[in-house]
Design a protein around this ligand. Structure first.
Ligand code: T4K
Length: 355
C-alpha cells in the first residue's frame, strides 16, 4: 500500500543518543534542555527571532487567540483543516468565512474588506499547502482597520517569501509539527512572533500563566511539549534540507508526468518556493476525482481530500454558509502521495494510473 504520507524517521541510534541524555538528566518535560536546544536550532534554521515549541498546532492557534485577546468575530478561510475554525469557536469567537482565490486556494484578500464590521477583531488565514497568502495585502488591510493577524502556517515549515521567512508576517504564526508534516516531532507545534512583549506573554500562557513558583502573570494553559518529542525534532532537523529537496524532486517528477493530463495545480506565490509539503491536484469535476481516487485505491494507492468539505458547510457548531469558489474547489481537490521514502518509480506508476 502506498499511503498518502509517511513520517520521516531518523536513524534510531541517533534518536537513542538524545534519549540517553534524557535518561541521564531525568528531565522529561517542562522545557528541559532538549526543548530549549530544539527552539534555538529551529530559530537559526528559519532565521526568526522568537519561537516557542508547543504541544501541537491546534493549541498554538488557541494560545494565539488568547494572547491577542481576540473577541467577537475573526475573519478566516473555509479551505483549511478543521482546527483553523474550531479553535476560533473554542476560544469563544465566531468565524466569519471569506471565500478563497480559485488560483492560489488561499483566502481571497480582495474579499476581506467587505466582511469587516465593528465586531471583527482579527484575520486568521492559512498558507494552504505551504503556499504563502498575499501577506503584504492582508497585513495592510489589518493595519488599516486595526485588526490582529494570525497566520496558520501549519504546512509552511521552511517557506520564505521575498527572501524572508513567511513566519515573519502578521502578529503570530503557528505551525504544526505533527507526524504527517515535513518536519515533525511526532506531535508538536511552534508559535512565532516578532514582538518581544507578545513572546513573553506566550511563554507565560504556555506554562499555566506561572511567573516564578508562586505567582501568576496571565490566564495560562499547559501548552508545553516533552523532551521525548524534542528529541525526535532534534534528530529530524539534521535531515531537514535533505527531506525538503527530496519532496521537491518528487513534486517535480509529478509535474513532468502529469503535464499532459487535464489537471489543475495551485498557483504558487511568485516570490516563494514550494517546500513540497503536499502534492494537490484539481480535477475538472468531482465525478472525475472520485473515479480516479477509486482506481488509485484499487491499485493500493491512498490519497486524501485535503480539504473537503468546505469548513463553512461542514461544521455543526457554526452558521453554515455557501461560498461558491470554496464549494467548487473543495470538491475537486485531491492530494497525491508525497513523502521522503516515496520512490520516483512509484510516482511514475501513480501517474500512469491517473487518466
Ligand atoms: N492547521 C492546519 C492548516 C492543519 O493542517 C493542521 C493539521 C492543524 C492546523 C492542526 O495541527 P495539529 O494540532 O495536528 O498539530 C492529519 C493530521 O493529523 C493533522 O495534523 C493535519 N493538519 C491534517 C491535514 O492531516 P489525517 O486525518 O490525515 O491523519 P491520518 O492519521 O489519516 O494520517 C494520514 C496518513 O499518514 C495515513 O495514511 C497514515 C500516515 N501516518 C499517519 C500518522 C499519524 C503514518 O504513517 N504515521 C503516523 O504516525 O490528519
Amino acid at each position: 500500500m502506498i499511503l498518502v504520507t509517511r513520517p520521516f524517521l531518523p536513524p534510531m541510534e541517533e534518536y537513542n543518543r538524545y534519549l540517553e541524555r534524557i535518561w541521564k538528566s531525568s528531565q522529561l518535560t517542562n522545557m528541559g534542555p532538549l526543548s530549549r536546544e530544539l527552539e534555538e536550532r529551529i530559530k537559526e534554521y528559519l532565521k526568526v527571532d522568537y519561537l516557542l515549541f508547543v504541544t501541537n498546532g491546534t493549541i498554538a492557534l488557541q494560545m494565539a487567540i488568547k494572547a491577542l485577546e481576540l473577541r467577537g468575530e475573526i475573519i478566516t478561510t473555509p479551505f483549511s483543516f478543521v482546527a483553523t475554525s474550531s479553535t476560533i469557536v473554542w476560544e469563544g469567537c465566531r468565524p466569519v468565512f471569506v471565500d478563497i482565490d480559485p488560483r492560489t486556494l488561499n483566502i481571497d484578500p480582495t474579499k476581506i474588506e467587505a466582511a469587516i464590521t465593528s465586531k471583527v477583531s482579527a484575520i486568521m488565514a492559512t498558507h494552504v499547502y505551504g503556499n504563502p497568502c498575499n501577506v503584504a495585502k492582508i497585513d495592510a488591510i489589518a493595519k488599516k482597520y486595526n485588526l490582529k493577524v494570525i497566520y496558520d502556517a501549519a504546512h509552511a515549515f521552511g517557506v520564505e517569501v521575498a527572501g524572508t521567512s513567511v513566519l515573519n508576517f502578521g502578529d503570530i504564526s503557528t505551525l504544526s509539527l505533527h507526524a504527517t508534516k515535513l518536519f515533525h516531532t511526532g506531535e508538536g507545534g511552534l508559535m512565532l512572533t516578532r514582538d518581544p512583549r507578545l513572546f513573553e506573554r506566550l511563554q507565560y500562557i504556555r506554562n499555566f500563566g506561572f511567573r516564578g513558583e508562586d505567582s501568576f502573570a496571565y490566564l495560562g494553559i499547559n501548552g508545553k511539549n516533552s523532551e521525548l518529542h524534542a528529541a525526535m525534532g532534534l534528530a529530524n532537523l539534521k535531515y531537514i534540507d535533505q527531506i525538503i529537496h527530496k519532496r521537491q524532486a518528487l513534486s517535480f517528477q509529478y509535474d513532468q508526468n502529469l503535464k499532459q493530463k487535464n489537471l489543475g495545480r495551485p498557483l504558487w506565490h511568485k516570490n516563494s518556493i514550494n517546500n513540497g509539503a503536499y502534492y494537490p491536484v484539481f480535477f475538472e469535476s468531482e465525478e472525475k476525482l472520485l473515479h480516479c481516487r477509486k482506481k488509485l485505491l484499487d491499485n493500493g494507492v491512498s490519497t486524501r481530500r485535503y480539504f473537503y468539505p468546505s469548513l463553512a458547510t461542514a461544521l455543526p457548531y457554526i452558521e453554515l454558509k455557501a461560498l461558491p469558489v470554496t464549494d467548487d474547489i473543495a470538491k475537486r481537490v485531491l492530494c497525491l502521495p508525497l513523502y521522503y521514502d516515496l520512490k520516483v518509480e512509484e510516482v511514475d506508476w501513480i501517474c500512469n494510473l491517473i487518466m
